[in-house]
Design a protein around this ligand. Sequence first.
Ligand code: NAD
Ligand code: GLY
Length: 359
Amino acid sequence: MKALTVALPGREYDILIQRGILSQAGERLRALLPRASKLAVVTDTNVHPLYFAKLKASLERAGFECWGAVIPAGEASKNPGLLTELWEDFMEFGLTRTDGVIALGGGVVGDLAGFAAATILRGVAFVQIPTTLLAQVDSSVGGKVAVDLDHGKNLAGAFYQPKLVLMDPDTLDTLPLPVFMEGMAEVVKYGCIWDKDFFDFLTARPSREQLMADIEHILYTCCDIKRQVVAEDELDTGLRMILNFGHTLGHAYELAGHYTQWSHGEAVAAGMCAAAQIGLGLGVTPPDVPGHISDACAALGLPTQITCSINDYAAAIGLDKKGAGADITLILLDRIGHTVPHKMPRDQLLQQLESLLSR
Ligand code: NAD
Ligand code: GLY
């Protein structure tokens, strides 16, 4: 088993990575929550038939009473209406302050269940059991929990750290290939922002089979980076911004595709390629870097370029709401494995993006 600790004083927690660990969830949680008697498991319509029974059996063997809430799969479930329903369901189940909530699923389940756990009874113990690659390398670690509003994604939320993150790489076997590769965009991002050796390791393994053969190492490396970033900047006021590499411009592509044409991972892949081009134009990123990133994304079947309008770019960088001179910090690379936060006026960034569009 591979184990990491997120070192937040008074709220530190472990990330445990092991094939088959889902069947040991009960004993692990019994050791962590000795006074708990009830655990509410939130999962979605795809994950429930695959993994709920195994988790429930393990929890019951450890003496927990377990109840499952099944939400419709997909981003649309991250809404305040379902949050309210979960609160009522938890009360119906008889959850008390010494009990807990488990998220079993991808980032949608994790964000919604985490916000429900943070707010019910002013906060109960929360455990992440992520089952997508994106959730394992990103959303289950770091405590960001949220629902979407009509005004935008993740607008109502909290920082609420889990008590434990249990990662069973075997659950990735049932992911559709595009969902797996979507998570790989975030994995490549970690190589870009932090670790060139890891980037090279990934580029030598472009197929799902090759990546799964080394999946524990991949999960461990990504979570090790994220836990260091989170431990230094839990509330996202500084270093944590580097995790947004590729995301600002990726947001323009998600907007352009009305959040349906391009998945988040696809948009991030193209966003990392565009950020490398912008960095090159600004003299920050060396000439060989954009090609390395686009080769890595292309090898995984991820897009390296997505067409969008200048208005989509303007909206994504906030130029439609903020003044033209207001600064934005774009995360750039001065080499693979190292970031440079680059502060610039929004209208200057838009000019750079305009020239990118005309190439
Ligand atoms: P998701 O939760 O929608 O899961 C993707 C799809 O995979 C869904 O259809 C789901 O039902 C299915 N699925 C999940 N596990 C499966 C399995 N093992 N086998 C088969 N199918 C499975 O999406 P996601 O990509 O995991 O997460 C995206 C969400 O995460 C977004 O809402 C995003 O805002 C959020 N997010 C949060 C953070 C954070 O720090 N909290 C970070 C990144 C992303
Ligand atoms: N996914 C970005 C963060 O956790 O800050």
